[in-house]
Write a protein that binds this ligand. Structure first.
Ligand code: NAD
Length: 493
């Protein structure tokens, strides 16, 4: 392989060693600009998962990690952040190469990964345990790491999303087995050297690569991993919940979305247009919180549709490594075909294709799609209901607040919502009525890492972020201690 950024083989990382699969199996991984295969990746099976869970269990039961002081663990997490920052350009370049994300956006994601580790380093040292005292009894709560956490992650912004689970799991004192997405294993291959450089003991951090239905499924069913934190499609989440039932696991489910961006006529329309375009076309539209349904008040609907169309037409689609690119290549030909099939479906369903819908002229073999705007989309259309996960937005008019709320809630998903209005009372009313785990008012998707991240309805179960993540990776144990004379009912006396 001529490119020094690329390993020839991507192996598992188990107990501090880079290992092939026990049966030698591999799968091919390609990059989305040419769709050429660039590496062979170890294809994990149940035996590889066994080895990784054993290494993580040994590190949890007999290693120093869970017993370390919080401050010592925090120092390691900060060193992981340092190591990520030192490799920021390399991580961004790998992510751009492997996922097709525009490099300027991949840089932001690499910086956010470092921030995730710094944030949870701070949480580790401020974590407290409760006490409940009465004259007769003292109850105190011990907060213990729950053991081996299985982390299963998707292909969109893979490095950042891996860090979003790794940082709290490690801060809490858990040991982990990470199963990265099979389409985008490259950036995770940097994690072993980052962890080792930061002083993470062997066995605390393990990676098993592989196909979801094989390696992921084996991790979900493994009795040695009491926790699974999953981010991915809703249907995969449902399968995981079924398989995890036999071993009664703790589950965190961050699933799909079809989030509304509701624009009232009284909004700052310039800002609303900027935010609506960024909300659906950044990260190639391969974003769980994408505002992929724009609901516009009828009095401004026509002018908004033409503004959205004109601006979308000018969005620069192309080589993801070019800093001027705004939309890169979609991750995989299979996904590209799926997104294109939704474009054809939208046309068949009678939506009006305002712009986009095909490969922009002059681009080569990569998975390129122009920013696509459909107008006059109705709730009965599948493009209104289903997650497309690409640079495609549906625009729908509404007449009043009640209809806006009804349309916003008319899908099975409930991840995010974006509201644009200058009427303060209406903003609060609609924010309370919209079925979404996260709502932004007159703002785009800016996050405070302390706040709960997650969805309602088919968008997920549980929350990540701040204390919510720590609660997932730890368990509370109450100890009751008598302080005075103890009087016990004397059965059988
Ligand atoms: P996916 O569900 O296909 O795969 C996600 C991960 O699950 C991969 O690592 C895959 O190998 C694994 N997997 C697949 N089948 C499995 C099984 N039977 N058992 C165990 N593991 C299995 O999702 P994807 O296509 O990689 O990601 C896109 C989806 O992720 C979109 O729906 C998007 O909305 C969602 N997502 C949600 C959030 C969120 O925070 N809510 C964030 C990012 C992405």
């Amino acid at each position: 392989m001529s490119n020094p950024m690329l390993p020839e083989k991507i192996l598992h990382y188990i107990g501090g060693k880079h290992l092939p699969s026990v049966d030698g199996a591999t799968f091919e991984v390609a990059e989305p600009v040419t769709n050429r295969v660039y590496a062979q990746v170890a294809a994990g099976g149940p035996e590889d998962v066994d080895r990784a869970v054993e290494a993580a269990t040994a590190a949890f039961e007999t290693g120093p990690w869970p017993a370390m002081t919080a401050r010592a663990r925090a120092r390691v997490l900060n060193r992981i952040a340092d190591a990520i920052e030192a490799r920021g350009e390399q991580i961004a370049a790998m992510e751009t190469f492997d996922t097709g994300l525009p490099v300027t956006q991949a840089r932001g994601q690499a910086a956010r990964a470092a921030e995730n580790f710094r944030f949870f380093a701070d949480m580790a040292v401020t974590l407290h345990e409760d006490a409940f005292s009465s004259p007769a009894q003292l109850g105190y709560v011990l907060r213990k790491p729950r053991g081996v956490a299985g982390l299963i992650t998707p292909w969109n912004t893979p490095f950042m999303l891996e860090s979003w689970k790794l940082a709290p799991a490690l801060a809490a004192g858990c040991t982990v087995v990470l199963k990265p997405a099979e389409w985008t294993p490259l950036s995770a291959s940097l994690l072993p050297e980052i962890m080792a450089e930061a002083g993470v003991p062997d066995g605390v951090f393990n990676i098993v690569h592989g196909i979801g239905e094989v390696a992921g499924a084996a991790l979900v069913m493994h009795p040695g991993a009491p926790l699974i934190s999953f981010t991915g499609e809703t249907t995969t989440g449902q399968t995981i919940m079924r398989s995890a039932a036999t071993s009664l696991k703790g589950l965190s489910m961050e699933l799909g979305g079809k989030s509304p961006c509701v624009i009232f006529a009284d909004a700052d329309l310039d800002l609303a247009v900027d935010s609506a375009l960024f909300g659906v076309f950044s990260l190639n539209g391969e974003r769980c919180t994408a505002g992929s349904r724009i609901l516009a008040e009828r009095t401004v609907y026509d002018s908004l549709v033409s503004r959205l169309g004109e601006r979308a037409e000018r969005i620069k689609v192309g080589d993801p490594s070019d800093p001027a690119t705004e939309i890169g290549a979609l991750v995989h030909p299979e996904h590209y075909d799926r997104v294109l099939s939704y474009v054809r479906l939208g046309v068949r369903e009678g939506a009006r294709l305002v712009t986009g819908g095909s490969r922009p002229a002059g681009l080569g073999a990569g998975n390129y799609l122009a920013a696509t705007v459909f107008a006059d989309v109705t709730p009965s259309m599948r493009i209104f209901q289903e997650e497309i996960f690409g640079p495609v937005v549906c625009v729908t008019p509404f007449d009043d607040e009640a209809e806006a709320v009804a349309l916003a809630n008319d899908t099975r998903y409930g991840l995010a919502a974006y509201l644009w209005t200058c009427d303060l009372r209406r903003a609060h009313r609609v924010a309370a009525a919209v079925e979404a785990g996260m709502t932004w008012v007159n703002s785009h998707n800016v996050r405070d890492l302390r706040t709960p991240f997650g969805g309602v309805k088919a968008s997920g179960l549980g929350r990540e972020g701040g204390q919510h993540s720590i609660d997932f990776y730890t368990e509370s144990r109450i100890v009751h201690v008598a302080l005075g004379d103890t009087h016990v009912p004397r059965f059988g006396a």
